[in-house]
Design a protein around this ligand. Structure first.
Ligand code: AMP
Length: 378
């Protein structure tokens, strides 16, 4: 057990690391962050920030030597860096978990071997393979790069066999996965934590709405019945057990009628779980800390229905958002990540609202976000 007062290292310095660090410091831990960028969102609130590229092995070794345990908020750390860190300190989740989840094809193979339902898919490594895959799965489909895709990046929709050469060029010839397009009714996600002793704590499913492939609004409870809810939690729990997770994992799922298909895994806290900070007994970030430090997991129960709305850089186009307006609304919480450059599409912060129902919380959080815009009259 790594107890309060000791030092946790976090690889990656974005908003997930920042919220993890805030949770850890509240419990009296010290936190060191490793990130290439100076004054990164995590570094601003950590005890110590090491700035070095992720492939700088001597810097990774220095970082590891100064901490008691290492976790991460960013999956695309080179395997050599993780191996160097792992030789010195425990790393949770294990690098083998990252190896599976950072590559769509490995992830889908893992899920289907575990008997977890996923959309039909085929590996694609050449234009010929793409032609064969489309012949087998039909159109519409989505071609996704196997690595380095997030928020819809590295994805091309295919509606006709005439688009294949263009789609393959757009993917720049890297290894891909072709997936059948799923005519889903809803998108949900389940955040689950697992400790080294095998204790599992699963959050209520969240319901997610995307805009331009980026998460826009999450609400909880999701608008699904008790049997789907139970099945979603059971799937997430099975995934955590099969992958031998120590930490937190998010499973994104499609709801199609009364069926669930798992779309994607992230072996860390997730954007859709941000409302756990204000709405659950234990936040997903405290849960990550508890899991990686070998403590008992906290209670994941939802205290009040809630909704979260992301604040993207686009919101700054008309000037600094009017924070005081959202803060004047009862039940609304503001979280800003300390990023100085509000680029379009960049996640700058989020708002959470708690209310008597998820619908009401969604209404309030969207009204709060609209109120931030300089041009809306209150
Ligand atoms: P991903 O990067 O896989 O999480 O995909 C981003 C978003 O694209 C998802 O949240 C869905 O809204 C959409 N999407 C991805 N894959 C599919 C699919 N096979 N069928 C339908 N929509 C999809």
């Amino acid at each position: 057990m790594i107890l309060p007062g000791r030092t946790v290292g976090i690889v990656g310095g974005g908003q997930l690391g920042r919220m993890f660090t805030l949770a850890a410091r509240r419990l009296g831990y010290r936190v060191h962050a490793l990130d290439p960028m100076q004054d990164c969102p995590t570094g601003q609130v950590a005890d110590h920030e090491i700035n070095a590229p992720y492939d700088d092995l001597p810097a990774a070794v220095r970082f590891a030597r100064a901490v008691d345990v290492v976790t991460f908020e960013f999956e695309n750390v080179p395997a050599e860096t993780l191996a160097a860190i792992e030789r010195l300190r425990p790393v949770h989740p294990a690098p083998s978990v990252l190896h599976t989840t950072r590559h769509r094809l490995r992830e889908k193979d893992f899920l289907s071997h575990a008997g977890i339902p996923v959309a039909d898919y085929r590996p694609v490594r050449s234009l010929d393979e793409l032609r064969r895959a489309v012949a087998e799965l039909g159109v519409p489909g989505i071609l996704k790069t196997a690595e380095l895709g997030y928020d819809g990046k590295g994805q091309v929709r295919i509606d006709s066999t005439k688009q294949l050469a263009r789609a393959w060029r757009a993917a720049r010839g890297v290894e891909c996965v072709l997936e059948a397009l799923v005519p889903f009714d809803r998108e949900i996600s389940v955040v689950v934590a697992r400790s080294a002793k095998g204790q599992v704590a699963c959050y209520e499913p969240f319901e997610n709405e995307h805009r331009n492939h980026i998460l826009d609004v999450t609400r909880c409870p999701a608008g699904i019945g008790p049997s789907l809810r139970e099945e979603a939690q059971e799937l997430a729990t099975r995934i955590a057990q099969r992958i031998r997770l120590v930490g937190v994992l998010c499973a994104e799922m499609f709801v199609v009628g009364n069926r669930l298909l798992v779309n994607e895994l992230a072996p860390r806290p997730h954007n859709s779980g941000h409302l756990t900070i204000d709405a659950c007994v234990t936040s997903q970030f405290e849960q990550q800390l508890r899991a990686v430090c070998g403590l008992a997991l906290g209670d994941p129960s939802l205290v009040r229905p809630a909704a979260m709305a992301n604040l993207l850089g686009d919101l700054w186009q008309a000037g600094e958002p009017r924070w005081h307006r959202a803060l004047a609304m009862p039940g609304v919480h503001l979280h800003l990540y300390g990023k100085s450059e509000p680029r379009p599409g960049r996640k700058m912060g989020h708002l959470t609202a708690c209310a008597d129902t998820a619908d009401e919380a969604r209404r309030v959080v969207l009204a709060a976000r609209r109120a931030l815009n300089c041009n809306t009259k209150l």
